[in-house]
Design a protein around this ligand. Sequence first.
Ligand code: CA
Length: 227
Amino acid sequence: MSKTRVLIIEDEKDILRLLKYNLEKEGYQVVSATDGASGLAAAQKEKPDLLILDLMLPKLDGMEVCRTLRQESRVPILMLTAKKQEVDRILGLELGADDYVTKPFSIRELLARVKTILRRSQRPSPETGTGKFGDLRFDAERYTVSVKGKPVSLGTKEFAFLKILLEANGKALTRDQLLEKVWGYDRSMDIDTRTIDQHITRLRDKLGSEAKRVVTVKNVGYRFETQ
Ligand code: CA
C-alpha cells in the first residue's frame, strides 16, 4: 500500500534488470527510465522516495539530472559511476548526491546502501520535520500523521509526544525528560508522571498497527522504534 518507491535511471539494460529484480524482491516499488531526459521527467512526475542514477546517460547525463533535481527537490540520490575520480564532484556541494556506488558493484552492497540512505532520509530532521517509518508518516510542518495512508487525529499533547520521541531518534527518554519537553518542566504544575503513561496509551491506540513502535523501556520511559 505505502511501498517505498525507487526510480532507477540507467541505460544499461542488464544492470537495470538486475536492480529492478532485486529491489522488487526486497519489497520496493520500482519505476525506471533509460535516458537522462525521460528520467528527469519521471523524477519530477513520480516523486520517488529514492533515486538511483547512473552517471553516463544518453540525452542528459547523470550530473545534469542530479544538478537540476537538487534545485527543486531533496529526494535522496544514489549515483552509479564507473569513474572513481568523479566521486568528489558527485558527493560535493555542486551536485549533492547522497551516496555513490562504483561499477561493477555487488548487489548486496547496493541494497545495503539503499537501506542506509532511506533510513537517513526518513528520519525526521529539524530541517524537514518529516519522516516515514513503516506505514507511519509524520509531517511536523503540516501537523499531520497518517498510518497506511489514513490520517490519524492526534491531540496536541499526543502529537508533541510523538514528535519528541521521533526526534530522539531511537534513544529512550525518561518520563522526566518527556515532562520537561512537553510541558516545559515546572514542578508547580504538579503533573504526575502517570499522566505521561496515559497520553502514551492514547497515542498507541491511535497509531493502530504502528503502535508497536512506541516502546516502553522498563523503569526508564519510552522510545520510538525507527527501524
Ligand atoms: Ca550508463
